[in-house]
Design a binder for this molecule. Structure first.
Ligand SMILES: *Cc1c(COP(=O)(O)O)cnc(C)c1O
Length: 362
């Protein structure tokens, strides 16, 4: 099988992990954690960064630290991962789901304003599959209606929007370093912000609610969401050559564009005026058969794929917990869409094989 994602480790990952082991620091108190936070904050252009143990934990903490609570509404794209709404729902607030754009798969910013009510507290901007959300009009709406902005940058490390780094927009932003992300620590995440009070609250909540004084006194219940030193060691090494990783991703994307561009039965990803696609994954939409049928035919030819996100308004676990108006585009692309192998370890031969197989079955 050609795996849908296999990361290549080309830098100091092993060296730093050995260093961390030799130092005896495995926990979140270790020096690589501090360095990873500092390096990410500088790279993204934020004042504060808190390393945590997943992208989902980062989102939970962001929602909690902004004080979202019962009765509040938060505008969220329906075409995204479940992690975006977990903590909103648990805190008794309501996700208000908005449909996506048919070409970028990102939240349709033109439809946000109609979803705003007097209870709206925040907008969650989630950059999907490697293209950024159209942030200028989104930020203008947030300002006009006095709303907080949470930016989920889990799929766009190093990506920019009109030259500004993703992860630097809004009140608080989050990353994931899960194994299939642009840079990875195996499992991991990060929360970034420019506000010292928000940063302090995130740090406390991520560490069982303990403050910096180590007196075990807790004023607000938290989680055990800390990142360990071994994970951070891998993260530091990955961040050192993120430019090269992005270059590889874009080369993979360009090769697929070249191979698949003439296929009339397939929609391939867009290149966009505000950002060069960074191809976190390589998503395609099948016009003639369902995405599921094509995926099974590719599996029979030794090619692993993944389906698109299942829209949140269709999630059984969220029954009765969300509000939304028509979300027909997300429904359509969830049926038609899937993504093909595009990890940094993929070879040119493997890309050719995927292209040939797709031409055969699509
Ligand atoms: C992967 C991902 C997450 C969750 O990250 P985990 O580290 O797997 O918890 C959140 N949001 C988006 C957009 C993601 O792609």
């Amino acid at each position: 099988m050609i795996p849908v994602n296999e990361p290549a480790f080309l830098g100091n990952e092993q060296r730093y992990v050995r260093e961390a082991m030799a130092s005896g620091w495995l926990s979140s108190g270790g020096p690589f954690v501090e360095r990873f936070e500092r390096d990410m904050a500088e790279y993204v252009g934020r004042k504060y960064a808190i390393a945590v143990n997943s992208g989902t934990a980062a989102l939970d903490l962001a929602v909690a630290a902004l004080g979202i609570g019962p009765g509040d509404e938060v505008i969220v794209p329906t075409f995204t991962i479940i992690s975006c709404v977990n903590e909103i729902v648990r805190r008794g607030a309501t996700p208000v789901l908005v449909d996506c754009d048919a070409d970028t798969f990102n939240i349709d910013v033109r439809r946000i304003e109609e979803a705003i009510t007097s209870r709206t507290k925040a907008i969650m901007a989630v950059h999907i599959y490697g293209l950024p959300v159209d942030m200028d009009p989104l930020m203008a709406l947030a300002e006009k209606h006095d709303l907080l902005v949470i930016e989920d940058a889990a799929e766009v490390h190093g990506q920019t929007y009109k030259g500004k780094r993703c992860g630097s927009f809004g009140d608080i932003s989050t990353f994931s370093f899960y194994a299939n992300k642009i840079i990875t620590t195996g499992e991991g995440g990060m929360v970034l912000t420019d506000e010292p009070e928000i940063a302090e609250r995130v740090r406390r909540l991520a560490n069982l609610g303990f403050g910096p004084r180590r007196d075990y006194k807790v004023t607000e219940l938290g989680w055990a969401s800390r990142m360990g030193n071994l994970q951070a060691a891998v993260g530091c090494a990955q961040l050192e050559y993120i430019g090269e990783i992005l270059q590889r991703k874009r080369t993979i994307g360009a090769l697929y564009n070249l191979g698949l561009g003439d296929l009339k039965t397939l929609q391939i990803p867009l290149e966009w005026e505000h950002a060069q696609n960074c191809y976190w994954v390589y998503p395609v939409l099948s016009y003639r058969k369902t995405g599921h049928t094509l995926r099974m035919e590719l599996r029979d030819r030794g090619i692993e794929t993944r389906p698109f996100f299942w829209p949140l308004h269709r999630q059984e676990a969220l029954d009765g917990r969300c509000m939304w108006d028509k979300c027909t585009i997300a429904e359509r692309i969830a049926e038609q869409g899937f993504y093909i192998p595009a990890g940094t370890a993929i070879t040119g031969d493997q890309i050719d094989q995927v292209v040939e197989a797709l031409k055969e079955v699509a």
